[in-house]
Design a protein around this ligand. Structure first.
Ligand code: SAM
Length: 337
């Protein structure tokens, strides 16, 4: 279990976390992620045979674990629409030493939380951008009620899963609900994190003006419920953390636009069709499915991954310029955030 020496990239960053997208489909059409104009009825999603099977995913994850990965996060698309995703959790749980997390929009959590916990999932992150029902329905664009997601969060907690809530903030869309979101989760034990709106995939027309900075978000909450900073627990932590001075818990802000954090990035990303991306913004993935299906041994797969990671140079967010802004972007629904 686990290699002796950590695998380091060209900037000395270890490979610690693997994010696995299990589908490019989603039951929401969030306007900033999978707008209906692009992801309509005739959109070509990946075909079943193109997707890695659950067993193939688990095998690749096992190789990553041997290379030092300690956390696996299942994402999508919406991971809970992948049939039998609980079975994948079971397979991953059999790999020694892995912490298992899943990112979801929460819609199917009321039905699935217990099965996921029973299969060995440790924690969930639920994406929820507003607690105002009308705003939430407009953002998800499938008229999905916010109460159902809140039920999902309760179901996850009741099943014993640790819960985080992630909210993307877009100016003019949901920034008027920042304090209400904070108040919804103050005192619940669930950590709420705000994420700056990024220029990815189908956010055509993204403008810096649409980004509500982390500093602004912290100031808005601090004005009502005073906050103090909390020291980072790990060097690769993406969120800057704050605690309520009255002891009602913690929030975090992920400043991927205004204070990019490539320096500590220890994350690899595996797409649903088995392409390995070494950066959220890396358009070109490395195909692991072909060697997998051509009969490569675990040692051969490990060698390939080792080669990719040790040559890794990505620090897109830190290099973002007007030039990179014009380049094609990866879709969040493809790579899963
Ligand atoms: N369906 C799952 C979910 O809702 O969490 C997993 C995949 S989803 C693509 C992962 C996260 O990416 C969600 O929290 C979503 O809000 C976020 N996201 C999508 N587009 C974004 C953007 N342009 N900027 C910041 N976050 C974005």
């Amino acid at each position: 279990m686990g290699s002796v020496d950590p695998l380091l990239d060209t900037l000395g960053r270890p490979l610690e976390t693997l994010r696995i997208s299990v589908t490019d489909r989603c039951n929401f059409r969030c306007v900033y992620c999978m707008p209906k104009e692009v992801y309509g009825r005739d959109h070509q999603f990946l075909e079943r045979k193109e997707l890695l099977s659950l067993e193939e995913i688990a095998r690749v994850a096992g190789v990553f674990a041997e290379l030092g990965v300690r956390t696996v996060r299942i994402t999508g698309g919406e991971p809970l629409v992948r049939r039998n995703v609980e079975y994948l959790v079971e397979l991953l749980h059999a790999i020694p030493g892995l912490e298992l997390a899943l990112t979801t929009n929460g819609a199917l959590l009321p039905q699935k939380a217990q099965a996921l916990a029973d299969a060995g999932l440790d924690r969930v992150t639920v994406s929820l951008d507003s607690v105002d029902d009308a705003t939430f329905r407009a953002l998800n664009d499938v008229d999905f009620p916010v109460t159902k997601v809140l039920e999902g969060i309760d179901a996850a907690a009741a099943a014993g899963l640790r819960v985080k809530v992630n909210a993307v903030v877009k100016r003019g869309a949901n920034d008027d609900g920042i304090v209400a979101l904070a108040e919804q989760f103050r005192g619940t034990g669930h950590v709420l994190r705000f994420i700056e709106y990024m220029d990815v995939g189908h956010t055509n027309g993204w403008r810096l003006d649409d980004v509500v900075s982390s500093d602004e978000i912290v100031a808005m909450i601090d004005a009502v419920h005073p906050l103090e900073p909390v020291a980072a627990a790990r060097p690769d932590e993406t969120a800057r953390r704050y605690r309520y001075r009255d002891g009602a818990g913690e929030i975090g802000v992920i400043a991927s636009v205004t204070k990019p954090f490539c320096g500590g990035c220890s994350r690899a990303r595996l797409s649903a069709e088995g392409r390995l991306h070494t950066c959220l913004f890396a358009l070109k993935g490395h195909d692991l499915r072909a060697p997998l299906r051509l009969g490569a041994s675990d040692a051969e797969l490990a060698e390939q991954i080792r080669g990719i990671w040790t040559r890794r140079t990505d620090r897109y967010s830190e290099l973002r310029t007007s030039k990179t802004a014009a380049l094609p972007k990866i879709e969040m629904s493809y790579i899963g955030g």
